[in-house]
Write a new protein. Sequence first.
Lengths: 351, 863
Amino acid sequence: MGDDRALRQAGADAVTGETVLVTGASGFLGGAVAAALLRDGHRVRTLQRRPSGVPGAKDVLGTVTDPAARVAALSGADAVVHLAAKVTFTGDPAEFAAVNVEGTRALLADAATAGVRRFVFVSSPSVAHTGASIMGDGAAPAEPTRARGEYARTKAAAELLALAADSPAMAVTAVRPHLVWGPGDPQLVRRVVDRASRRRLALVGTGAALIDTCYIDDAVEGILAALRRIEVAHGTAYVLTSGEPRPIGELFAGFCRAAGVAPPTLHVPVPVASAVGAIAERVWRIRPGEDEPPMTRFLAEQLSTAHWFDQRRTHRDLDWHPAVGVSRGLELLRDAYTRSAVAGGAGDLAQ
Amino acid sequence: MSGTASASAASRPPEGLPGLDPAWSRLVEAPSSDGAPRTWHLLDTERPGDPEPAGTVLAVHGNPTWSYLWRDVLAGALAADGPRWRVIAVDQLEMGYSERTGRPRTLAERVRDLGLLTEVLGLRGPVVPLGHDWGGIVASGWAVDHPESTAGLILTNTALHRPGSDPVPPVLRLALTPGVLRTGTSRTGAFLETTLRIAHPPLAPAVRAAYRAPYRSAAERLGIEQFVRDIPASSDAESAAEIERIAAGVERLTVPALLLWGPQDPVFQERYLADLQQRLPHADVHRFEGAGHLVPEDADVATAVLTWLRSAPLDGREPEAPAPVGSDYDPLWSVLEARRADPSTALVEMRPDRRTALRRVSWRLLATRVEQIAAGLVDLGVRPGQRVSLLVPPGADLTAALYACLRIGAVVVVADAGLGLKGMTRAVNGARPDWIIGVPAALGIARALRWPGVRIAAGALSPAAARALGVTATLGGLAARGASRTLPPPPAADDLAAVLFTSGSTGPAKGVRYTYRRLAGVRDALRGECGLTPETGLVAGFAPFALFGPALGCRTATPEMDVTRPATLTAERLAAAARAVDADSFFLSPAALTNVVETASDAERDDFARIRTVLSAGAPLGAPLLERAALIFPAATLRTPYGMTECLMVTDVTLDDIRAAGTGNGVCVGHPAAGARVRLAPLGADGRPGGARTTDPDVTGEIEVRAPHMLDGYDRLWLTDRLARAGTAAEPWHRTGDVGHLDAEGRLWVEGRLPHIVVTDSGVVTPVAVEQRAESAGVPRAAAVGVGPRGTQQLVVVAEGQRPGVIEGPLADAVRAAVGRPVAAVLGIERLPTDIRHNSKIDRALLARWATTVLSGRRVPTL
């Protein structure tokens, strides 16, 4: 116990007041990570195309594929949390590779050159998902050739690059938050609630697939824990979840209730969803629009198979336990929707 | 084209065969029976420089397999704690990766070949030959020829039957047909493929490929053909004399022996096991229910072998004799003998056809009848130690037959009809009775399903019906036959008296062995705990306890009910039975009690007001049911002892005790009773019991019991028996497989079954308390199960009477709030899977598999 506490303390001291680069800080999770680092007394630098909107963070505008922007952002940085990625479900494979693989490769190289000591690569459990149900498995190795979809394949390749770059000079770890959600989440919660409010949300399959998710605050604290505990956690990947997996239908219904809209009652058989997804992917490839297609094969699979994880190694190595969890997270989501309604907002927290 | 005898050298298996460590492979040259040196391929766990092993297992495969069959035994021996056993598994010549010599080998040559090989190997220390199929005969032959080295013998699905005495099984007869033989065995891989196809469950493709690997061409398969050709279809066949020599030699072996059996074998059927047991009467036997011919693939043969090597007295020492439990022994039939002149009522049978008409049997008649049937059975040829299956519903005939069998030392086999036909067939095949006493309906089933045993009818039969049922005698005929004969001396107290089958609520029903002393212990436990005396009038509506009525000296009535469906007992029928014996005590199953409570009316008020004791056992009873029963039986003490077939009374608890205990983690079953002692094997963080046994309060662990009335052991389930034993041979304890704790007052609380506990990443969760809390949230009946890998399991609550699938919304919220720990999902189901006998023991293992499928996102399966 005593040793453990001493180690924790040493780790905390070591990073306090350092300069941390957060890439992709204009995103839901990246912004929250940047804000939490500032809260903890760090200096925060960000790198992405748009302003991060995080008060107190110093933005470098650009992309990870731009050498000048990388060098500027990394100058004087002690640590990096790399979230920037192309995260859409469809799109040009070359673009995925350029941003997710080559961008990461370049950022790792430049970070090492710039004297960065800690590097947290924010990955995704989909890098190891080959289509089968995941029920209580740990963080399996990333599989760039077998992962589903361009995003997962390129993130898998990038994760392997990141872990290979782990060295005594620069410790690298990879964390894979699974389905991050929370108030203001523009992806999961917003899509579910939007579609449900337009009565256009259907559950794929039975809706019973047991799914782990990660409440935003848990994801942020888990990433910070990885940074803090990188002496233990380097060279390997960790899945981050809030624990408390739920059947996906129940989870979506929880989102809807929190937002005050009727939960979905429609079910679409998996093969139908998969077929629709395949068509939609092809159509979007021809005429890419602003929005994402309503369904992709990847999404159909994600929404109809179990995904929940053994978190024991994560908890032990990162010396971290999710503080919020799913049940409490849904309450916080409901409170946020209530506040925004009271404030006269449109009920869409992502705007 | 006779025997396209192409010779080829021995080689090593390719790398990458599942479960096979290439480091085990060796090529060894040895002289052979044909005069030429031959090269063997064998697997060997020993490395140069290893210290001398405790002994050597010499494993011999059969046809058409190879040493690959024993890979788990090798791996297990290397992984085992304690004294190290060397395992050598040979590929017989012409087989596996051993040399193809180009000439056929007879059985006698094979036995000599193996002996010449072991001379070269220079085995040190004791040797335990282990053989499967034909390898069993070869291994037995080695044992017979090396008595000075042989410390034990392990055989699995093999045969030493005398040629001609028993027909060759039809499957093999076909293979032996000229023309079929070569085509089926060497020219094509049909024989090999058939053998590989009959595994239960099917072999993984990679394992199947590994078995095929040395037999890819007709030349490589020649040994398979030769082996089949060598099967003696008649007594003048070439190898018949050698088999006979080995069989006779095995009969002389006195070393410990272990017989491991897969009953689903179309070739080596159960009668071959019975034959082996006759030759090796001291052998330990384990039948792996559900396993077939390829026993080492179908069942955990490695664990059985290695556990046995550790525990069997292989060094010639005498096995440690268990200390007798209890010293005074009063035979079960002593009341009958004492009251043989008593004209008062012993039994009343409520007849199913006419509700009010009674069959009354006095003590005098019962005693006489028991002695007559006993003598008649002896006259028919029933011998002490032979097994008699009783397929008779409770009543006068069952009682007479039961006590007659006990009196002459026959072993009574009792399998409850509640097991269902499939379960009954398994039980009867497992216990292998020599005789069946049954009512005509049961005998018809016995004949149709080819249950073993000479059939004796309970009740009168026309000669035509007797012929149709293949009946040898009737109870009435036996009584007449025995009337003028004297009885042999009674059996000894520690002889086997009965095999009682469990309810099979978790896996196949197990046969539980009771000696006369221990059965008498059950009687004494009931007498002491329930205050039953010769003045007691008892209505016995629950089979296991009903059998003890006459031994207790109580006037016993059997109510009108279908014993396979206890819920058919109504309050009206129970009251009629109570009036018939002026009853003051009831034994009822939980299902029967439930129905009595539901059907009770004012009409039974007076009869029930006289009842002083109501005992209900067999499954946990909820306090609400007991509270309702208390209203119907206002003067009675309501008892619900906790026990199992293995120990019918572990603790006892009354409704008042339950009220006083209140709620807690599990069901309060009261204090240890009737001389039973209880202790706990604490559960570790991984949910497995172990460590120092304790009676400290609030330590959750596996419940262990020791009592004068507990089982002697499991029947023909050596490994199960071994694993269920705790303590020492001198002071044996029985592991119940239940999980619970003692409280500060010394009361036992049952928290669930050991295989049903849920091990989450924040600790062990036992199901019963979770279920009770879920039920308090408005679920009529709930089951708590775990999904996912042990150690990181998710807790799932399954609620009965709901549409199958995920329940979300207010009911799920209420359940989660009531349970008070993370519940991943609340699932609905129309009916929970329960045991047939009690409809109360939930099959949580089955339910967990169902929940896993549902929560994987696949279609909701039906149960």
